[in-house]
Design a protein around this ligand. Sequence first.
Ligand SMILES: [Zn+2]
Length: 91
Amino acid sequence: MVVRMRKNRSQTAKRRSNHAISGQRLAKCECGAARMTHRACPQCGKYNGKVVIDVVAEASRTARRQKRKLTELRASGQTDETKEKETTQTK
Ligand SMILES: [Zn+2]
């Protein structure tokens, strides 16, 4: 190996610092779902026994946003349906 190709100690240490990283630790929520530690449960919205996320409101909000996005796409004429038609026509 030529000296030019050799990496310095800093670069080697930076690469090796990732060797010890293990997989994500999952904890079991009181609702029974697996959740990440130090994070609120995405299923029931609880953290440390208290409800911190209104799950129902969150779901309705995401549904509303998706609907709005779809209507905007339709208004601009860039729907998925038109894309599908274009692909079928080219074939
Ligand atoms: Zn939960």
